[in-house]
Design a protein around this ligand. Structure first.
Ligand code: NAD
Ligand code: IPM
Ligand code: MN
Length: 351
């Protein structure tokens, strides 16, 4: 029997609930499909930080390297640990160290989910650059606390980093409906974003079958609301992609539905799967987090592992569940009720 080694990092807040939900569904799908997921849970989180002074041990990255994939919940508990410490101590270093440069975030409405827009038939795949750009962590502050204080945050865009993500976007567009929206702010940012536009243009010559359009991020944000069905694949820098994908989550009914995959396309290190949302301190501990985003992210993990049939079975079970109305109204059904319904749908499919 095939066995996949999965590192589970539930993290903080609702990350714990939704990861447990995803794990219950995924292990069920695995046994039905005849393979095994061997999980090992790591307690790395803000709680771990408070106990040890570290978000993960010194050799955390090396420990994770031995796994086939990582399933993560959410990181961050800002009331006790500053986000700049927790995220730069756990989530962001994993994305970077494992060269998970393509963050794939789908936006479409699941059956039975009422989005806030009139449009229903959209199907967007956002590809977010995940290792550099505005998240480079380069910068500093001088004259801290003084009237003349200056803070600098430098975005770093490399040719290698920009080329590979835009190429990834073209490949995804080629495999879908052949349309790529490349996102910049090159009217205001005259170095990095002009660089990005030039690379998009140069690569377009290699993909004559893909219709590529460059948009400014502000205009693209409006388009996602006004005409989402006109979009197919979006490729954006780290920060723009972050913001656009919370917007993408909103148009598909909320953060509780939005999945994401941090992919290392070369497979030189494990990829990581996590919902788009965070630890949701406002609802944590109440058992009402929507686990759909985490379960969908888990389906993306199965797909990445080469278990396409099991991935499709999980997606079908999710859709059959939302089609009945379960999990579609925020706060109405508990995490456990939604998870049990997905597992029931999965079991019914087997029979
Ligand atoms: P958030 O995504 O945690 O929450 C935003 C809003 O969406 C909240 O009202 C929350 O209740 C709601 N929400 C989110 N997920 C939901 C779900 N599954 N079901 C129902 N409602 C849901 O964003 P935030 O409040 O800005 O961040 C909270 C913490 O999480 C911060 O520390 C932040 O840095 C961190 N964060 C982590 C990740 C990650 O680990 N990938 C992602 C985003 C935010
Ligand atoms: C996400 C999150 C993270 C990001 C934060 C928590 C650093 O918002 O995964 O979308 O900006 O990448
Ligand atoms: Mn985000």
């Amino acid at each position: 029997m095939k066995v996949y080694k999965i590192a589970q990092i539930p993290g903080d807040g609702i990350g714990r609930d939704v990861t447990a939900a995803a794990w219950a569904v995924l292990t069920k799908a695995a046994s039905a499909a005849g393979f095994r997921l061997e999980g090992r849970e790591f307690p790395w989180s803000c709680k771990f930080y408070k106990e040890t002074g570290m978000m993960m041990p010194e050799d955390g990255i090396e420990t994770l390297r031995g796994f086939d994939a990582i399933l993560l919940g959410a990181v961050g508990w800002p009331a006790e640990v500053p986000d700049s410490v927790s995220l730069h101590g756990l989530l962001l270093p994993i994305r970077k160290a494992f060269v998970q440069y393509a963050n794939i975030r789908p936006h479409r409405l699941l059956p039975g989910v009422l989005g806030p827009l009139k449009a229903e038939g959209f199907d967007i795949l956002c590809i977010r650059e995940n290792t550099e750009g505005e998240y480079s962590g380069a910068g500093g502050r001088v004259h801290q606390g003084m009237d003349n204080e200056v803070a600098v945050e430098t975005s770093i865009f490399t040719r290698e980093g920009v080329e590979r993500i835009i190429r990834f976007g073209f490949e995804q567009a080629r495999a879908r409906r052949g349309k790529l929206a490349s996102v910049t702010k090159s009217n205001a940012q005259k170095y990095s974003m002009v660089f990005w536009d030039e690379i998009t243009k140069a690569l377009a010559a290699e993909y004559p079958d893909v219709e590529v359009t460059s948009y400014h991020v502000d205009a693209l944000a409006a388009r996602m609301v006004m005409a989402p069905e006109s979009l197919d694949v979006i490729v954006a820098s780290n920060l723009f992609g972050d913001i656009l994908t919370d917007l993408g989550a909103a148009i598909q009914g909320g953060l509780g539905f939005a999945a994401s995959a941090n992919i290392n396309p070369d497979r030189s290190a494990p990829s990581m799967f996590e919902p788009v949302h965070g630890s949701a301190p406002d609802i944590a501990g109440r058992g009402i987090a929507n686990p759909m985003a985490a379960i969908r992210s888990g389906a993306m993990m199965l797909e990445h592992l080469g278990e396409a049939e099991a991935a499709a079975a999980v997606m079908t079970a999710i859709e059959r569940t939302t089609a009945t109305g379960i999990g579609t109204v925020p706060g109405k059904d508990s995490t456990d009720v939604i998870t049990a319904a997905v597992i029931k749908a999965l079991t019914a499919q087997e029979g």
